[in-house]
Design a protein around this ligand. Structure first.
Ligand code: NDP
Ligand code: 8X3
Length: 253
């Protein structure tokens, strides 16, 4: 039987690249996100390459939508809990509580709602692999990032507990913790300010969604007795949340 992979947040960035990569690896992909038009484009791209893709458009913040869309699914071999965002970048006394709600509700509660539907199915089947997309912000906390960092610290804690909870059922849990990846992430963080978003990557060659997808595809094909618990992936020019070596732009003469 063809293996099935469910990927949240597949309309953009890391999730989209992972859907394409896993389809190439032979998985039947179930791609989710809120933007149905983007999902349709992804599906067409996967099918044109000879792969299989179904799409489900819903908001992971709504437990009701998650249950309605995911409960009918069976035989999910691989779940990639990827949907997430940063919103805003300011000191705690200036933060917008709507941004805080969006981050906690998506990055933490959304991941939990999805897992609560899919994990019991994996337990019943006695197999499965869950990937949680954390961040270097899951173990480092930086200025202006209190709530995003808190949400990713939560993902780090949840991943560790989840791994212990699902151990006896034979389900693998892998947390992927990237540094700087150029996606729509910064544009979303800065509420559509493209100039500010682009400046994040000035003088740096960031990772791409495809780089993260490569790591997921590798960890997913390891033999049954071997698991990657936790993987930190960075651009070569980044050593941590506070350490980025930026090369000045070459001036054209
Ligand atoms: P993108 O903004 O490019 O993609 C985010 C994805 O999440 C989109 O597909 C979006 O789909 C989906 N999403 C956001 N909110 C919701 C929601 N409420 N319901 C359903 N889907 C949602 O960013 P990235 O690809 O970079 O981000 C993916 C993950 O990687 C996030 O968890 C992020 O925190 C993490 N990460 C990113 C890093 C980076 O530097 N880019 C570094 C470390 C971690 P739609 O809007 O269509 O719903
Ligand atoms: C995203 C990476 O450094 O902006 O998770 O926190 S960072």
């Amino acid at each position: 039987m063809q293996k099935q992979a469910l990927i949240t947040g597949a309309t953009s960035g890391i999730g989209r690249a992972t859907a394409l990569r896993l389809a190439k690896e032979g998985y039947a992909v179930i791609a989710t996100g809120r933007r149905a038009d983007r999902l349709a484009t992804l599906r067409a791209e996967i099918e044109a390459a000879g792969g299989r893709c179904t799409t489900l458009a819903f908001d992971v913040r709504s437990e009701e939508e998650v249950r309605r869309n995911l409960s009918p699914l069976e035989n999910i071999d691989l779940l990639v809990n990827n949907a997430g965002l940063a919103a805003g970048l300011e000191h705690i006394d200036l933060g917008d509580t709507r941004d805080w709600d969006a981050m906690i509700d998506t990055n933490v509660k959304g991941l939990l709602y999805v897992t609560r539907v899919i994990a019991p199915k994996m337990v019943a089947a006695g197999r499965g692999h869950i990937f949680n997309i954390g961040s270097i912000a899951g173990t480092e906390a930086y200025e202006n990032g209190a709530v995003y960092c808190a949400s990713k610290h939560a993902v780090h804690a949840i991943s560790q507990s989840m791994r212990a909870d699902l151990l006896s059922a034979g389900i693998k849990v892998t947390e992927i913790r990237p540094g700087m990846v150029e996606t729509e992430f910064s544009e979303v963080r800065f509420h559509g300010d493209k100039k500010r978003a682009d400046a994040v990557y000035d003088g740096v060659e960031p990772l791409t969604g495809a780089d993260i997808a490569e790591a997921i595809a590798w960890a997913a094909q390891l033999p049954a007795h071997m698991n990657v618990n936790d993987m930190v992936l960075m651009p070569s020019q980044q050593a941590g949340a506070y350490y980025t070596h930026r090369k000045t732009k070459q001036t054209t003469l």
